[in-house]
Write a protein that binds this ligand. Structure first.
Ligand code: NDP
Length: 288
């Protein structure tokens, strides 16, 4: 009897520019290996002007889905057949799932943050007052999910007034949440009414690991939950919060869970979260 072998692999990946340092492949490959499935995650450099062709290409190659990173998260919307409601609210997609000939856009960044907060740290944000530093893509995805989870109020603090007001208006008009925008003044003092404090700026990102947001760190109280979107190494922002007795949460959980949600959307399988987390920890350990 002839022995037949199936060499075909299901393809997913990430389109970005620059993309070389994106660690997602390591965690997704670890998950495929753990579950012994023939899937492959490709890290693909796509220049902004080539995004449309790249999307045609992924359809032609029957890829099962794709992640989008800088600078494609907004631009990709025009090439999709459907965009899920929270991604449409954010106006940004980081995960595309192919179902037959349909390309469906999702945003798992904010959901990753929520899973880290609720599943891993067992914190229910409902009814809480939140202050977030930053108003870029990460802040947008996190605040939309927090608003949908019925937090009481979101205060946005940002350097650029235009970007901060835009996010505040989006939240108020599209989710009915209470939200204020405050332009970032030097040595910002966090009011004690805030229960969840989030750094969603890129301040402190490797290799500038000693930089920290310009905040009066004495205004951080021990009863506050203080989160950073930066996965590793632990930021000076979180170290300051730790020193003041706050409950701190780094961005590693957000990164792992946004990938785990994407894994599940693509494969239909439960993601092996601990394996994915360990794979990323090993990547970040080599950076330090
Ligand atoms: P954007 O470029 O969209 O936004 C950057 C934000 O940081 C803006 O609000 C910007 O303010 C602010 N900012 C930058 N430099 C300074 C500074 N020196 N002082 C004050 N504010 C500053 O980036 P993203 O939102 O996509 O990413 C932000 C961070 O989130 C990055 O570190 C990224 O790695 C991380 N991230 C983590 C994820 C995870 O899964 N853990 C997922 C996605 C992102 P302004 O508007 O004034 O320019």
């Amino acid at each position: 009897m002839a022995i037949t072998q199936n060499f075909k692999e299901e393809l997913v990946g990430v389109f970005g520019h620059p993309v070389a340092e994106n660690p997602t492949a390591v965690m997704q490959q670890a998950a495929f290996h753990e579950l012994n499935i023939k899937w492959r995650y490709l890290t693909i450099e796509v220049f902004p002007e080539d995004l449309e062709a790249a999307i045609h290409g992924m359809r032609a190659m029957n890829m099962r889905g794709i992640n989008l990173t800088i600078p494609h998260k907004v631009e990709v919307l025009k090439y999709l057949n459907e965009v899920k409601s929270d991604a449409a609210l954010m106006g940004a997609v980081n995960t595309v799932v192919r179902k037959g000939d349909q390309l469906i856009g999702e945003n798992t960044d904010g959901k990753g943050f929520m899973w880290s907060l609720t599943k891993e740290e067992k914190i229910d944000p409902k009814g809480k007052n939140v202050i977030i530093f930053g108003a870029g893509g990460a802040a947008r995805s996190i605040t939309v999910e927090l608003a949908l989870a019925d937090v009481n109020k979101i205060t946005i603090v940002n350097r650029s007034a235009a970007r901060g007001m835009e996010l505040r208006n989006l939240l108020v008009q599209k989710t009915n949440i209470q939200s204020d925008f405050v332009q970032w003044k030097k040595h910002y003092t966090i009011s004690s009414e805030n229960e969840i404090v989030i750094n969603a700026t890129s301040v402190g990102l490797f290799p500038n690991i000693h930089d920290k947001p310009d905040i009066d760190y004495f205004s951080i109280q021990p009863n506050m939950i203080v989160c950073d979107v930066i996965p590793a190494p632990t930021t000076s922002f979180l170290n300051e919060a730790n020193n003041r007795g706050a409950h701190t949460i780094d961005g590693l959980g957000m990164l792992v869970y946004q990938g785990a949600i994407g894994f599940n959307l693509w494969t239909g399988l439960d993601a092996p979260v601990p394996v994915m987390k360990k794979a990323l920890e090993e990547v970040f350990a080599k950076q330090q």
